[in-house]
Write a protein that binds this ligand. Structure first.
Ligand code: TNX
Length: 507
């Protein structure tokens, strides 16, 4: 009697110890519903991934998952179009709509049902976080059992636009850096990458009809380094890479201010017909296109046309911020005309919140970063707002007064501050229906390398992912903090140079 009780206890102890539990997985962003069950699914060398033959993009997601698994396990898991009769499998199929997904895991099967290929891709990101941390490392890991805890997850994002912005104008970052940024964003279900392609210090996108923009305007950066730019081919490569990860590229040409690099490249864009010097400092608000010259609008039309040819996404970002040397009576018609140019190519304009001083076209979105009154004016005109409050979501803000990089004009933003805010509570009179989504920008005046990027972005971006994805009732700092603590092991596996906040130390 006694012995068998002891044996039973010992067996239970070991079997519990062996199967991972869904409740102990540190999922970020937190899914809508998680219910755990007994047991686990184990990926082994004969596991199959099943997807229907005519599944289109869903098929690419299956291929992505197979590649991802094989990369770290060393298995050669195959994608099949016929339901396997023996062995365990992971299946992907279409059900419901939008980006919603359901992930159903038991001993024999993992079933992913999603409203779209994008939803299936987000389900795959959740699955990643349910696997042992070694899944994030390159190379074959002998002796790891690739178990996924049993249970069901149902999930659906709070906002349709979940974004981050990379300023490649102040300091230039090459295609490989942008790809790594895209990979890291995709893990947290971000679906828009806004590229700030032109500013006073640099023009970073090849425009064939105005070649000096990159020849001259792309030749330097903050601090006087050598700068750089993306050829159209490289930009298309970024678009394609992002698309495979269900991320839409939003290109920005900031205007009429923040244009010194363009003004230094072509005298005719200046009211004086004379070029200024290239600029490598970090002041803002001193430059403007000449808003009453016809050539200015020909220039913008050419730039927008070439950008549109390479940009499948619906948005062109027109900047519009800090035009301190453009008179308001010039600024207003300028912004109106530039929206019309964008709309004439069947694209929708996004601009920083100042654009709300102009008449906004029906499809234009205002990006709230500084002035609540501007955001309100935009909504009163019937526009949607993209939420990027500088004091919460600006990834270039320092963590505290000891941070080696970054600025602090808006705030010091520790991990708790970057997490504890709610988009619908920022501006009186702006509700969920007015909000397109959330975006976290990284300005790079002080950021020079990929290591610098990672230090400022991680782990704050992970918290903002949860603000954008998870409903407010489900979010709380203490719960998030304990998940993030566990989750840092994944950042380490990916060799992300993240900020080790004192808030993450176990007390
Ligand atoms: C304000 S945010 C700017 C940028 C700077 C940033 C630095 C915005 C629309 N304009 O030009 O890079 O502050 O934090």
């Amino acid at each position: 009697g006694g012995i068998s009780v002891v044996l039973l206890v010992v067996t239970l102890f070991f079997s519990c110890g062996q199967d991972p539990k869904m409740s102990s997985a540190a999922l970020i962003p937190l899914p809508d519903k998680v219910s755990e069950a007994e047991g686990a699914f184990e990926i082994d060398k004969s596991t199959k991934i099943h997807v229907q033959k005519d599944a289109g993009d869903m098929h690419s997601v299956a291929d992505f998952l197979a590649g991802f698994i094989n990369n770290s396990t060393g298995f050669n898991v195959q994608v099949v179009e016929k339901l396997p009769e023996t062995g365990n499998y992971i299946s992907l199929s279409q059900a419901g709509g939008g980006e919603a997904y359901k992930l159903d895991i038991n001993r024999d099967r993992i079933e992913i049902e999603a409203g779209s290929a994008a939803g299936a891709f987000w389900a795959v990101q959740t699955l990643r976080q349910l696997l042992p941390v070694e899944i994030e490392k390159q190379g074959t890991y002998e002796g790891v059992s690739w178990k996924v805890p049993a249970g069901t997850i149902k999930d659906d994002p709070e906002y349709a636009y979940r974004g981050s912005m990379l300023d490649v104008a102040r300091h230039f970052f090459d295609v490989n850096d942008v790809k790594r940024y895209i990979d890291l964003m995709a893990m947290y279900k971000f679906n828009h990458l806004h590229l700030h392609l032109a500013d006073d210090q640099g023009w970073r996108i090849e425009i064939k009809s105005w070649p000096k923009l990159t020849e001259i305007g792309g030749s330097t950066e903050v601090g006087g380094g050598e700068g750089g730019f993306y050829s159209q081919e490289e930009y298309r490569e970024i678009v394609r890479y992002a698309q495979e990860r269900f991320i839409t590229i939003v290109p920005e040409i900031d205007m009429p201010g923040h244009t010194n690099a363009a003004l230094a490249s072509y005298p005719e864009l200046n009211c004086t017909d004379e070029v200024p010097e290239l600029y490598t400092g970090i002041e803002v608000g001193f430059s403007t296109l000449c808003t009453d010259k016809e050539v200015t609008y020909q220039f913008i039309d050419d730039v927008v046309r070439e950008l549109v040819e390479m940009t499948p996404g619906p948005y062109i970002h027109i900047g519009g911020d800090e035009s301190h040397v453009t008179a308001l009576e010039d600024y207003i018609p300028f912004i109106e005309q530039v929206q019309d140019i964008v709309n004439s190519y069947d694209k929708q304009a996004i601009g920083w919140d100042e654009i709300a001083h102009a008449a906004l076209r029906p499809s234009t979105t205002a990006q709230y970063w500084a002035k609540a009154e501007n955001a309100k004016m935009a909504v009163e005109q019937g526009s949607k707002v993209l939420i990027s409050p500088a004091s919460k979501a600006y990834l270039d803000m320092q963590y505290d007064s000891t941070t080696r990089l970054g600025l602090h004009w808006a705030a010091y933003i520790e991990l708790d501050s970057a997490y504890m805010w709610e988009p619908t509570e920022l501006v009186e009179g702006i509700d969920k229906a007015d909000i397109l989504g959330v975006e976290a920008p990284l300005w790079t005046e002080t950021i020079e390398t990929m290591d610098d990027i990672e230090y400022m972005v991680f782990p704050r971006l992970i918290g903002i992912a949860e603000v954008a994805w998870t409903s407010p009732e489900k979010r709380d700092w203490e719960g998030y903090k304990s998940r993030l603590r566990k989750h840092t092991a994944r950042l380490e596996a990916l060799e992300v140079n993240y900020y080790q906040s004192p808030l993450l130390e176990e007390k």
